[in-house]
Ligand binder design. Structure first.
Ligand code: HEM
Length: 459
C-alpha cells in the first residue's frame, strides 16, 4: 500500500469540451436519491459506478457529485481545486470543533499538519513500540478462556489506551477510555443521523435522543479539558504530541489559542480511536470467520519469534499478518465515505464540476469493485503478495486516503493493528457466540453491530 506522488490531472480539458455528469437512476420526486442513501448506503454507493465515472445525485433539492473510479478519487484527493467541506465535515465540525486539523483548510491546515506530523513520522513509531506491545499482550491476558468478549468495548478500550498513552502520555486511561467510548458512540450516531437526515431545528428540540446526544458531546469536551488541564498541572513537557500542541505557534509566531489546543486534541483523539477500534472489531471478526488465516498468522508469528511473545520489532517481518490487516481494511474500511467541496469551477474525468459543488466518494465501494479486484468479495490476503499486488489499480486501495489530507497516522495505525492481530492469534482461536450480530452497522465509520466472541486458547 504505497502512496504515489504522481498527480493525476484534475482539469485536463478546455471548458467547452466538458460534459455534464449523468444523473444517477432511481431518484424519486422531492427526496431524489436521499432515501436510497439513507436506506442502504453501502449498496447505493457500490452501485453508482454502473451509472458513470462521475454521477449527479439529488439529495433533496441539492445536487451532489459522486466519483466512482479509483483514478478519479485519486485526482480528487490530490487536486488543489477541492477542499475539505461538505455534509460529512459540516456534520463533524459540531464534534471536532472548527479549529482542529481535520476540518481546517489552507495555511492554517498546513501549519497544523507541521505541528502534528513529527509525532506520526515513520521514525517516531519505534518509540511507541513498548506501549503497543504492552497493550497488545495485556489484552490477551485480560480475556479469560471461555468467557464472552464484547468486542466493541474491548476494541475501543485498547485503541484509546494506545492513542492516549503514546500521543498524550496519559496514565490510568481505563475510566476515560470507557467514557470516551460511550460518548463517541452516541455522538457519532447522532452526527451520522444529522448528516443523512438533515432536519435542522428538530435536533434542537428537548427530545430524549437529542438530550442524550448533547450530554455525550459535553462529556467528550470535558474529557479533553481534563487531559489538557492535568498536563498543565504537572508542569511536565514530555516529548509527545500534547506538548507539541501546547507549545505550537500560529502564523504570526504567537502561541495558539485555548480553543485551538482543545479542538486539536479532539481532532486527533476522536478519529484515532473510532477508526482503529472499528478496524480491530473487523480483525477479530476475520480471525473468527477465517480460522485458516488465523492459523497462518499464528504459524508466521511463531516462525519469526521462535515462541517468545511477539514484539514491535517483529512487525516488519510479519508479512501475512500485515496482509490480513490490509485485506480486512479493504473489505471493511473504517472510513467508508468522504466528501470534498470544489473551490473553483473545475472538472474531473472530462465532467464539469461547478464551484461550491459537494463531491462524495466511498472507499468501501472503490475497494470492493469487481472492475478493480478479481473475486472482489473474497477475503484473500494473498492478493497483497508482491507478485500479485501489481494487479490492483492505482488508488483502488487507499483506506488512509492520499494527498494533503491523507491520514497522518497510517504507520502508527498499521503497526498497532499488525501487532494486536499477531498477539491475539498466537494465544487464541475465536468463535462467535449466540447473541453476536456481525451485520455491518453503518455510521460515520463501519463496524459490526454487536460482535461477541469466545476466545479458545491455542494450547
Ligand atoms: C485504521 C485506522 C485509521 C483509518 C482507516 C484512518 C483513515 C483516515 C482517512 C481516510 C483520513 C482522510 C480523510 C479525508 O481524506 O477526508 C484520515 C484523516 C485523519 N486521521 Fe486517520 N485513520 C485511522 C487512524 C487514525 C489515528 C490512530 C489517528 C490519530 C491518533 C488519526 C488521525 C487523523 C487525523 C488528525 C486526520 C485529518 C488529517 C488532515 O485533514 O490533515 N487517524 N484518517
Amino acid at each position: 500500500m504505497t502512496v504515489e506522488s504522481v498527480r493525476p490531472e484534475a482539469h485536463p480539458r478546455v471548458a467547452s469540451e466538458l460534459r455534464e455528469p449523468p444523473l444517477a437512476g432511481g431518484g424519486i420526486p422531492l427526496l431524489g436519491h436521499g432515501w436510497k442513501l439513507a436506506r442502504d448506503p453501502l449498496a447505493f454507493m457500490a452501485g453508482l459506478r454502473a451509472h458513470g465515472d462521475v454521477v449527479r445525485l439529488k439529495l433533496g433539492p441539492k445536487t451532489v457529485y459522486a466519483v466512482t473510479t479509483p483514478d478519479l478519487t485519486g485526482a480528487l484527493a490530490l487536486s488543489p481545486d477541492f477542499k475539505i467541506d461538505g455534509p460529512l465535515w459540516e456534520s463533524l465540525e459540531g464534534l471536532l470543533g472548527k479549529e482542529g486539523v481535520a476540518t481546517a483548510n489552507g495555511p492554517r491546515h498546513r501549519r497544523q499538519r507541521r505541528t502534528i506530523q513529527p509525532a506520526f513520522r515513520l521514525d517516531a513509531i519505534p518509540a511507541y513500540g513498548p506501549i503497543m506491545e504492552e497493550e497488545a499482550h495485556a489484552l490477551t491476558e485480560r480475556w479469560q478462556p471461555g468467557e464472552t468478549v464484547d468486542c466493541t468495548s474491548e476494541s475501543f478500550r485498547i485503541a484509546v489506551r494506545i492513542a492516549a498513552r503514546c500521543l498524550l502520555r496519559g496514565d490510568y486511561m481505563d475510566e476515560r477510555a470507557e467514557r470516551l467510548c460511550n460518548a463517541l458512540a452516541t455522538v457519532f450516531r447522532g452526527m451520522y443521523r444529522r448528516m443523512v437526515i438533515p432536519l435542522g431545528p428538530l435536533y434542537k428540540l428537548p427530545l430524549p435522543a437529542n438530550r442524550e446526544f448533547n450530554r455525550a458531546l459535553a462529556d467528550l469536551h470535558l474529557l479533553v479539558d481534563e487531559i489538557v488541564a492535568e498536563r498543565r498541572a504537572t508542569g511536565q513537557r514530555p516529548d509527545d504530541l500534547l506538548t507539541a500542541l501546547l507549545e505550537a505557534k500560529d502564523e504570526n509566531g504567537d502561541p495558539i489559542g485555548e480553543q485551538e489546543i482543545h479542538d486539536q486534541v479532539v481532532a486527533i483523539v476522536t478519529p484515532g480511536s473510532e477508526t482503529v477500534a472499528s478496524t480491530i472489531m473487523w480483525l477479530l471478526h476475520v480471525l473468527a470467520e477465517h480460522p485458516e488465516h488465523a492459523d497462518r498468522v499464528c504459524a508466521e508469528v511463531e516462525s519469526v519469534t521462535g515462541g517468545r511473545p511477539v514484539a514491535f520489532q517483529d512487525v516488519r517481518s510479519l508479512r501475512h499478518t500485515n496482509n490480513v490487516v490490509v485485506e480486512a481494511m479493504r473489505l471493511r474500511p473504517a472510513v467508508w465515505i468522504l466528501t470534498r467541496r470544489a473551490v473553483t469551477d473545475t472538472s474531473l474525468g472530462g465532467y464539469r464540476i461547478p464551484a461550491g459543488a459537494d463531491i462524495i466518494y466511498s472507499p468501501y465501494a472503490i475497494q470492493r469493485d469487481a472492475k478493480s479486484y478479481a473475486d472482489n468479495l473474497e477475503f484473500d490476503p494473498d492478493r497483497w503478495l508482491p507478485e500479485r499486488v501489481g494487479d490492483v489499480p492505482k488508488y483502488a486501495m487507499s483506506p488512509f486516503s492520499v494527498g494533503n489530507r491523507k491520514c497522518p497516522s497510517d504507520h502508527f495505525s498499521m503497526a498497532q493493528l499488525t501487532l494486536i492481530t499477531a498477539a491475539l492469534s498466537t494465544k487464541y482461536r475465536f468463535e462467535q457466540v449466540p447473541g453476536s450480530n456481525d451485520a455491518t452497522r453503518v455510521g460515520i465509520t463501519l463496524r459490526p453491530q454487536k460482535l461477541l466472541l469466545r476466545p479458545v486458547p491455542r494450547n
